[in-house]
Design a protein around this ligand. Structure first.
Ligand SMILES: NC(=O)c1ccc[n+]([C@@H]2O[C@H](COP(=O)([O-])OP(=O)(O)OC[C@H]3O[C@@H](n4cnc5c(N)ncnc54)[C@H](OP(=O)(O)O)[C@@H]3O)[C@@H](O)[C@H]2O)c1
Length: 265
């Protein structure tokens, strides 16, 4: 199977790295060719190609360009797309609805809207997705889940929920990195080496998240388990509440969702 990537920036490259290259051939295209060449060096048998070659020949095509570039790109590729009407197109563009992409593709084409995040590059992604309503949807779903099998978790959602998922999982890694940095700053302030402080912070987030997922326990219950009466953890928890941690987090996600919706218009 031939899988094409048009645009291999941060997100496109992360997804390409997660795909099992033994089961397919990856075709890579990017505006600035150097990025595609750098990615090619990491993926066995990957081939550099033009946007037109990918549109004309690939079975499955990931669109990794910015949301505002998708419409113009597909218009430019219309003659090539017409040569390969049954391809499965996968958009990862924040906010861009299926309907806006579908109107630029042949009726025979398959279409999936996905919202990945950069941890797909290490097999720990959280990707939500929805399919356009067509007779081939079940087959497309199967192909998509097979191709993305090594990327982390996949969750199919109705399209109306994808913007909300974008605010948490798509943008969330940035919020988490901010928290890791802040925790590490506190460690450095209290005498830890930066590298040690970063490792402590990142592993603590990873471990806490894994504990919650594996034990299927509500986070408030797990938090109660580490806050002994009059202890040091509850002192920190109260300080976070005093400084509006919960409100700041909810506001950040809401701002990201609002911006996502604006990008789609
Ligand atoms: N970053 C994330 O965490 C994240 C998460 C979820 C979804 N997304 C979505 O992923 C998409 C890409 O975002 P990104 O953050 O990866 O942006 P990015 O790093 O800027 O990547 C976009 C890439 O597309 C290339 N490009 C632009 N026009 C092109 C064209 N006509 N032909 C071929 N390549 C072209 C750019 O090349 P040049 O740099 O050479 O111009 C760039 O490498 C967006 O739709 C975004 O909404 C991103």
């Amino acid at each position: 199977m031939k899988i094409g990537f048009i645009g291999v920036g941060n997100m496109g490259a992360s997804i390409a790295k997660s795909i099992d290259a033994a089961k397919c051939t990856l075709y890579l295209s990017n505006h600035n060719l150097q990025k595609a060449e750098e990615l090619q060096a990491h993926i066995p048998n990957a081939v550099l190609a033009s946007n037109e070659e990918i549109a004309e020949t690939c079975d499955m095509i990931f669109l990794g360009v910015k949301p505002y570039q998708v419409t113009e790109l597909l218009r430019t590729l219309a003659p090539a797309i017409a040569q390969n009407k049954k391809a499965l197109w996968v958009s990862m563009s924040a906010g861009l609805p299926l309907s806006k992409i579908a109107e630029l593709l042949p009726s025979e084409a398959g279409l999936i809207r996905m919202m990945p995040n950069t941890p797909v590059a290490v097999g720990q992604g959280m990707t939500t997705y929805c399919l356009s309503d067509s007779a081939r949807a079940e087959r497309d779903n199967q192909l998509f889940t097979e191709v993305m099998a090594n990327s982390g978790k996949l969750l199919a959602l109705p399209e109306s929920s994808i913007d909300a998922a974008t605010g948490i999982a798509g943008c969330g890694p940035a919020f988490v990195f901010q928290m890791i940095e802040a925790l590490a700053d506190a460690g450095v302030q209290n005498g830890l080496q930066r590298a040690d402080a970063l490792e402590l912070s990142a592993q603590t987030l990873l471990g806490a998240a894994q504990l919650m997922l594996e034990t299927e326990t509500h986070p408030a219950v797990l938090r109660d388990q580490v806050t002994s009466p009059g202890g040091s953890t509850i002192a920190g928890v109260v300080t976070l509440e005093e400084n509006g941690f919960r409100h700041a987090t909810i506001s950040a996600v809401n701002a990201a969702i609002e911006r996502t919706r604006a990008l789609g218009n």
